[in-house]
Design a protein around this ligand. Structure first.
Ligand code: IMP
Length: 429
């Protein structure tokens, strides 16, 4: 019937996985369209925690087909590990359920080595990547030297490509970074083994989705990362190397814009980011600790993929307005509202101030962004525990006001609010 796209409206880690999980029940296909195992999606089902990096969160729903789309980069070793972990917990991950686009690109150990070497060389200017080889894999893709998943069905072609790719990468590793080289024969043998295991999963992702849509079924595009990690529209160069925005979903799956029904932006009730780069609303000390949590709970603000403590700050509506515009958001989902319970006052950034000037729009130039100071409007907090709320009416007036304020300021309706990590801890507005 239609394509619904789930987008991170901030710097990633907005809780997209659980919203995908919520909407996946009605979808025929859940598809990842960008990024790779830099992403980490935590889904809690009946108290069981699933941490997914590559496989769409829809896999938890029996009967839903999960596609890893052409816009993604896949480390086969990670994918196979993730498949094995799911299988061990009784999740069906057969080729009738899990599909890999033939045009997706592969991440090799050379991409990982290059990511590490580049980050080490950048020193204090490091981007703070997840060191998963994402940037180098996309560099090869845009440089037209990448390895596409279709090679997994062509043993000879795969071996040739791996040998050439490792030879090229070794050159760079040695000459530019003084790093250790990789053994092309060993990598080729590894990839031959991956190919045997993954070949049955290969499909034309665009055709798969088109057929579902033609049969009146719904498709859910599951975002990874967030708008501000987008290569074009994020805080460049402190971004990832793909397009986590709505345009990226169309390219990353091979679907036309006329098929899109909803573009759902997911935003946390506050802001977080991992990695480097300016962050106008960033907090430090006890205030940051209060939003971040201690790390004891899986939903505390520590990276799912890297375990790094996330940088945190108050909600930034300048960011959300940018996300609404760039993605054409039709609605928003606010997650983690419960984390704000107990705070007396809730500052919300409504604009930036730079050299005496008020900025309404997110500046694309990072040097300008680095000089921006948040202009806060402070709302009253609430003391009640809201984790049991299931309707808007269950929320204290100030919590409702907080959500209304976001909708007003971004001119975009809020359709869901999450108030806890459990599958049922969601309010449909
Ligand atoms: P890369 O994607 O590993 O190249 O990392 C580039 C930037 O994106 C770094 O700041 C990472 O911390 C950030 N990043 C990548 N994936 C995620 C994610 O899933 N959540 C949050 N940040 C991410």
């Amino acid at each position: 019937m239609a394509l619904d796209i789930i987008i991170g409206a901030q710097w990633g880690d907005e809780g997209k996985g659980r919203i995908t999980d919520l909407l996946a029940a009605q979808a025929a296909i859940v598809a990842r369209y960008s990024g790779g195992d830099n992403a980490g999606h935590t889904v809690t089902v009946a108290g069981e925690i699933f941490k997914l990096h590559l496989i769409p969160s829809g896999i938890i729903h029996p009967g839903v087909i999960c596609l890893i789309g052409n816009g993604t980069v896949i480390n086969p070793a990670v994918l196979l590990r993730e498949m094995a972990a799911l299988a061990a917990r009784g999740v069906d991950i057969g080729p009738h359920r899990l599909k890999i686009s033939r045009s997706a690109h592969l991440i090799t150990p050379a991409h990982v080595a290059l990511d590490k070497a580049k980050e080490a060389q950048r020193g204090k200017d490091a981007i703070g990547t997840t060191l998963r080889g994402i940037g180098p894999a996309y560099t090869d893709k845009t440089g037209r030297e990448g390895l596409r998943a279709e090679l997994l069905a062509d043993p000879e072609g795969l071996a040739d490509h791996v040998h050439e790719h490792i030879a090229r990468a070794n050159d760079v590793l040695v000459k530019i970074y003084g790093a250790e080289t990789l053994d092309a024969t060993a990598v080729a043998a590894q990839f031959a083994d991956y190919a045997q295991q993954l070949q049955p999963y290969l499909v034309d992702g665009s055709v798969l989705i088109d057929e579902a849509l033609r049969h009146g079924r719904d498709v859910l595009a599951e975002g990874a990362q967030g708008t501000f990690l987008d290569l074009d529209h994020g805080s460049y160069p402190y971004v990832t190397s793909s397009w986590p925005t709505a345009g990226g979903a169309l390219i990353g799956l091979g679907v036309g814009p006329n098929k899109v029904r909803r573009v759902i932006g997911v935003a946390k009730a506050f802001t977080s980011r991992v990695g480097s780069g300016p962050f106008p609303c960033e907090l430090s000390g006890a205030e940051a600790g209060r939003l971040r949590g201690t790390g004891e709970n899986p939903w505390d603000e520590y990276g799912t993929t890297t375990g790094r403590p996330r940088r945190v700050g108050w909600l930034d509506l300048v960011l959300l307005r940018h996300a609404v515009r760039i993605n054409g958001l039709t609605e928003q989902v606010i997650t983690k509202l419960d984390i704000l319970s107990g705070l007396e006052k809730l500052p919300v950034c409504v604009a930036y101030e730079r050299q005496g000037e008020r900025l309404q729009h997110y500046p694309t130039d990072l040097r300008v962004l680095a000089e921006c100071r948040p202009i806060y409007q402070t709302l009253d907090g609430w003391q009640e525990n809201i984790m049991g709320a299931r309707t808007l009416a269950d929320l204290p007036a100030n919590a409702r006001r907080y959500v209304e304020f976001i909708a007003e300021q971004t001119e975009t309706a809020v359709t869901y609010i999450s108030v806890g990590p459990g599958r049922d801890q969601v309010i449909q507005v």
